[in-house]
Structure formats: C-alpha cells, structure tokens
Ligand binder design. Structure first.
Ligand code: PHE
Length: 461
C-alpha cells in the first residue's frame, strides 16, 4: 500500500499551538459560558472538569496516538492500522465517521465564525453604543434574518480558512497558529484583567466557583461529557490528523495533558471575562446561545472603553474560531491529498468549496428555512432546523460513537507493545499508563454508552 508523505510539524511548539488552537474555539468562548450559565454555574464547572479529565483526556491521547502510528489522514491511518493488525476493514469507520463529522461541523461552524467576524466590525464601528436588551436583540435578529449578509460572512470565514490550509502545514497552518494563538492568549488575559476591575467580578466568581449541587441531574453529566468532547476536539479526526504529522520524539501523554489543560483553562478564563460584565450590567447569565452575541454587546455599549474591549472580545472569538476551523478542514484535505493526485491546492479548494456549499443550508436555517424541519415528516427531530440537525447528529451521535470506537481500538486492538513503544512507556507497570489503559478499555466506553442510553431513553438515568 502506498503511503503519502505528509509534512511534519517543525517543532513541538508548533504542534501544541495548532492542537490548542483546534481545541480552543467557539466551544470555549461561545458555548461553554452559556451552557455553564444554563446549568447553574459552578456545579457544572466541577463536573465538566471531572469528565474532561476522566473521559475526554484519555480519548485525546488515544486519538493522537492512533494518528501518529498511522501517519496518514484519519481514513488512511485507520485502513492501514486495521490491515496491519489483521482486523476488519470496518474499523475504518473511525476514519470515515470522524472525517465526515468534521466536514459537517465545519459547514455550520463557518456560519457562526462569520457572525464573529461581522460582530468585530460592529464593535469597531461603535455600533453597540447605548444599546439596551431590546436593541441588541433586534440587531442580532435583523442580522441573522438576512440570508445575503450571513452568506457574505460565511464566505469570508471559509475563504480565510481555505487560504490558510492551502498554504500547507509549514507555510499555512503553522504560520497562522504561531501568530494567532499568542494573540489569543494576550487578548483573553487583557479581557480578564479588565473584567476583574468591574463591580460584577465577585458575583461572577461566586457564580463560576461556588457550587450548588442541588441543580445537578444525570443530564448535567451528559451535557458535560458532550461539551468536553466538542471542546477538546476529540473524535472527529482533527487531532488524529495533527498526530499523524507529529515526530516520535514528542511525548503524547504530556502534550495531551497540556492541550486539555489549556482548553479548560481558556473556557474558565472566558467565563471570567464574560460573566463579570453580565453581572455588572445586570444582565441574565442563563441567556443561552445569545449570550455572547446579544447579552454581552449590551455591556460593551454601556462601558467607557466599549469600542476597545468589544473589539478585543470579538477578535478573540474570531481567532479562536479560525484556528479550530483549520483543524476541521484538514482531515478531509489530507485524505484527498492521499487519494487523488491533484495536489494540496486542488484538494483544499474542492473540499473547502463543498463544505462552503453545505454551509448554505445553515445560513438559511436562520431565516428562509427557519421553520423548515426536514426530518419532522420521519417523526424524528421535529422542531430542528438543518443547522440544529447537523449540530445535534454530530455532537450527540457521531462524536460519542467514534469516541467509543477509538478507545476500544487503542485499548484492545493495537498491541500493547506497540502502544507502549509509541507512548514511550518503558515498564508496563507505570501507574499513569495502567490508569490510561483502564480508562480507554473500560471506563470511557461504558461512560459513553451511558450517555447514549440516557439520550435514547430519557427515563434511564
Ligand atoms: N474544539 C473546537 C471548539 O471548541 C471545535 C472542534 C471540535 C474542532 C472537534 C475540531 C474538532 O470550538
């Protein structure tokens, strides 16, 4: 079987910036704060940290490991490893599921990324000045009601993404992440320092860190697992692809730990940047998906340095989204590079173009198709738009399934000696290695099955 020679990361730093860039995205800055807000704050935060450490992190290690052992795109790697281990080709569903899942996520991720770009221009032009809740709601409603405007910003976002990925690993992805990620950290720290001086900071601390477990239900755990998977970027082939470009000398356990830690840290810092503003201006922390696009702009419109702080915030959100989008495009592009001989430019243009096209369905989901529920006639997913269906199917079905399969594959199919060698483990008795093996062989698959069971039978838990 022929193998395609992909570029490799030029340094551990470049890999870490790309992987943290993948993990830190809309999931941290847009989704985490409102999900924490809706689920009662601190209790959710604690449960989230536990499930991320116990379930998402071991799978992240497995995913990077499978990627490095395969050395190809997720599909290529899985086909190759299954063959090497004389296992059914069926294991390649891990590669296919992840790659297609990432492609679908990217199609709507780009639409929301476009909102972040648009809101950056609004912040710069002081468009939030003096706005109240109603005004902000109307601004957002008018914006999303226009297919043409959403189309424009979706195209801009996908365009940026394609330009970066066409450049290849060194001249495209590495160059982008090694400049954008430090900028992201700087902006985030600046935001937190600003927020720490507002009167609402104490209340935000209590909200994020003083747990009230009375609100915790089984559902809280499930939401936490799902959010952790999405946020840490596991089970969609993105980290597998990045792992394939990783040299032997870089430690996978250490890298995975740094990635998960940085991702969780950024989610918490995003909460510390956003909630003080929400409380200072007496806004609602449980506002849902509109939190950063509707609620937070009201605060920018009322504060003294609103243009500066607002612009910093939406640049931060855009940067976070772009560095994640890159990693969602790469799995399919790397597969197309292996499969067809057209080269990287063509591969990126075709895959990116197709994804852009699919994204139009999500653009319309907010306006012309906002009451079009395609699967309602089948009696399922009634009340869900195309956008909702894409998001729901990938995060609730594809990611958990691929996650279980990855854990089982790394835990039971790959030989223990190979895995030990790939992870740099010298004695099988090393404690962390035994814990990890136990996690991916038993704990993670069972925990995810439980998530499934309770989604299918809500009375189960
Ligand atoms: N982790 C990204 C976020 O938090 C989304 C993502 C998921 C990216 C899976 C790649 C793979 O927004």
């Amino acid at each position: 079987m022929t193998t395609f020679a992909h570029e490799h990361w030029s340094s551990r730093f470049a890999f870490l910036m790309a992987a943290i860039g993948s993990a830190v995205g809309l999931g941290n800055i847009w989704r985490f704060p409102f999900i924490a807000g809706e689920n009662g704050g601190a209790a959710f935060v604690i449960i989230y940290m536990m499930t991320t450490l116990g379930i998402a992190l071991p799978i992240l290690m497995a995913e990077i490991l499978i990627g490095r052992m395969g050395g190809q795109s997720p599909i290529g790697s899985m086909v190759r490893l299954a063959r090497q281990h004389k296992k059914a080709r069926l294991w390649a569903v891990i590669g296919w599921g992840g790659t297609i899942g990432a492609f679908v996520v990217l199609s709507y991720y780009s639409v929301i990324g476009g909102w972040a770009l648009k809101y950056t221009t609004l912040a710069v032009s002081n468009a939030f000045a003096g706005m109240d809740g109603e005004g902000s709601g109307a601004l957002f409603a008018d914006f999303t009601a226009s297919p043409l405007t959403l189309f424009f910003w979706h195209t801009a976002f996908m365009g940026i993404n394609i330009v970066i990925v066409i450049g290849g690993l060194h001249k495209g992805i590495e160059r982008a992440v090694t400049t954008l990620m430090p900028l992201l950290f700087l902006l985030l720290l600046g935001m937190v320092v600003y927020a720490a001086q507002t009167p609402g900071f104490d209340q935000a601390l209590g909200f994020l860190f003083k747990a009230d477990f009375s609100k915790v239900t089984a559902m809280t755990f499930l939401t936490a697992v799902g959010q952790g998977f999405f946020s840490v970027s596991v089970a969609l082939g993105a980290m597998m692809t990045y792992g394939a470009y990783l040299d032997q000398s870089v430690s996978i356990p250490r890298s995975a730990f740094i990635i998960a830690l940085a991702d969780t840290g950024v989610a918490l810092l995003a909460g510390l940047a956003i909630f003080p503003l929400v409380f200072t201006y007496a806004l609602a922390p449980g506002a849902g998906p509109g939190l950063v696009f509707v609620t937070v702009p009201i605060a920018f419109g009322q504060m003294d340095n609103g243009v500066l702080v607002g612009t910093a915030f939406f640049v931060l959100l855009s940067v976070a989204a772009i560095t994640s989008a890159i990693s969602l495009l790469e799995p399919a592009v790397s597969w197309a590079e292996e499969k067809f001989s057209g080269g990287r430019r063509t591969a990126t243009l075709v895959v990116g173009g197709a994804c852009w096209l699919l994204g139009l369905a999500s653009v319309l989901s907010f306006n012309d198709w906002s009451e079009f529920y395609p699967l309602a006639s089948l009696g399922v997913l009634d009340g869900k738009t195309v956008f909702d269906i894409f998001d729901f199917t990938v995060t609730s079905w594809v990611q958990p399934t691929v996650g279980i399969l990855m854990a089982l594959f790394a835990g039971w199919v790959l030989s223990r000696e190979d895995v030990m060698a790939a992870l740099g483990v010298t004695r099988a008795g090393e404690l962390w290695f035994r814990l990890w093996l136990f996690a991916i062989r038993i704990v993670c698959p069972l925990a995810i099955l439980l998530v499934f069971a309770s989604a299918v039978w809500p009375d189960f838990v």
